[in-house]
Design a protein around this ligand. Structure first.
Ligand code: URA
Length: 436
């Protein structure tokens, strides 16, 4: 086979065979196919798309480019959730131990922040000692004994995706439905999942801003994952405001720990977490229906079982558990904490959520270069929601910063991001629809 002839076919909108896709992906993984050829292929896909069969074959080929993890001697369904990325989205941190406490096993391969969105791995890296970069054996052992493990992609897991992702990132070919589908699912399928729920974020803080695009991505992922024998459904959720009260790594970790220890959570964060967890519990037959699933979830929070799972997972992965037992006082804190007030009093009518995510990057809590060391303590707390009343005494949020100089810039950014009106606007429902 000749690489340029395969690329030419995609460029000319001709369907590729499974053998051609396998050849291309194998060559990309080994380096026999040059990065410029891989880049051309991603641009041809970006411009012309792929058929359903091609997307499935690409996903399977990328999954098979590395090791496929097997879990032996475990007595329960192997499940996971994946979000397409948002602002303030800390659901994975609660969902994995909650599902583990309900009898599921959750081998979660998570990512770092991408663009303006936060990443689960960065949030966990803010916990002293927690290793997100572990070998497959420790990953398997942690899943087996704690019921869940949240780690990063190892070098042996879907290496074709690692290579293609880095190429797409610098060739303007990230936002392609078949490429996103294959990228996410190659890693998820390599983790040996039986059940998956996708949280497809939709709105001004998500990669898919409108419902049409979000629905297309959801259908593509659901079709391919089910075609690969992982029972998958997708929930479209709103990302037109911050999810929960906090944005920023250690601040989100603290909100997640508060949630797991039974403190009253933000209602939208609870709704998203409950819906995604229930979807898995019902699909995996651990609960008969959503009502029972919600009761199980409340029980594992009330009895402290979910928190115990989080502590067990973290300690197996190297975290200092003394910090977890005393997280209120022991988690690191930023040097400066200041309220951000609105310029006029009124009701929050709209939030440019992407700008809030950018605010975290300005504070050093997200990256502007791939290997940048980030400030885990920075971000926002008590972030306002649509419909909230704000004035000179009630702030839009509090900014947490390590550096006094960038606070002024961030105050301006947040004041621009939050629109105020004299009339109260009702919040949109956070759960938009389910795609099966
Ligand atoms: N997350 C991934 O893992 N891959 C993509 O292409 C987009 C989001």
């Amino acid at each position: 086979m000749i690489p340029q002839e395969i690329i030419r076919k995609t460029r000319n909108k001709k369907e590729l065979t499974k053998e051609e896709i396998d050849y291309l992906i194998k060559g990309i993984s080994t380096g026999d196919i040059a990065d410029i050829q891989a880049a051309s292929f991603t641009m041809a896909v970006f411009l012309n798309g792929l058929t359903k069969d091609e997307t499935l074959n690409l996903t399977l080929s990328m999954r098979d480019s590395g090791e496929i993890i097997k879990f032996k001697d475990i007595n329960g369904p192997i499940v996971d959730k994946h979000s397409t990325g948002g602002v303030g989205d800390k659901v994975s941190l609660m969902l994995a131990p909650m599902l583990a406490a309900c009898g599921a096993y959750v081998p979660m391969i998570a990512g770092r922040g991408l663009g303006h969105t936060g990443g689960t791995l960065d949030k966990l890296d803010s916990l002293k000692g927690y290793q997100t970069n572990v070998g497959i054996q420790l990953f398997q052992k942690t899943v087996k004994e704690a019921g869940c493990a949240i780690v990063g992609q190892t070098k042996d897991l879907a290496p074709a995706d690692k290579k293609l992702y880095a190429i797409r990132d610098v060739c303007a070919t990230v936002e392609s439905i078949p490429l996103i589908t294959a990228s996410i699912l190659s890693k998820k399928l390599a983790a040996g999942l039986q059940y998956l729920v996708m949280d497809i974020k939709c709105g001004n803080g998500a990669f898919m801003e409108n419902k049409e695009e979000a629905r297309k991505l959801a259908s593509s992922i659901v079709n391919v994952a089910n075609g690969a024998n992982t029972k998958t459904t997708a929930i479209l959720t709103d990302m037109n405001s911050v999810l929960g009260n906090t944005v920023g790594n250690v601040l989100e970790l603290k909100e997640a720990l508060d949630y797991l220890s039974g403190k009253t959570p933000d209602s939208r964060l609870k709704e998203v977490t409950d819906v995604l967890c229930s979807e898995i519990l019902v699909n995996a037959k651990l609960a008969k229906d959503n009502l029972l699933a919600k009761a199980m979830l409340q029980n594992v929070i009330d009895k402290g079982y979910a928190y115990e799972r989080f502590v067990k997972m973290s300690s197996m992965l190297g975290a200092d558990t003394f910090i977890l037992e005393n997280y209120d006082t022991m988690l690191p804190k930023a040097k400066y904490v200041k309220p951000i007030y609105p310029q006029t009093a009124g009701y929050v009518s709209k939030i440019d959520t992407r700008k809030v995510g950018i605010g975290v990057i300005v504070l050093g809590g997200g990256r502007t270069t791939p290997i940048q060391q980030i400030n885990y303590t920075t971000g926002f707390t008590s972030f306002c929601q649509i419909g909230d009343k704000v004035d000179t005494k009630t702030p839009l949020c509090y900014v947490h910063s390590e550096n006094e100089d960038n606070i002024k810039e961030v105050i301006k950014l947040i004041q621009e991001a939050v629109s105020i009106s004299e009339i109260r606007t009702e919040k949109e429902s956070v759960i938009i629809e389910k795609i099966i």
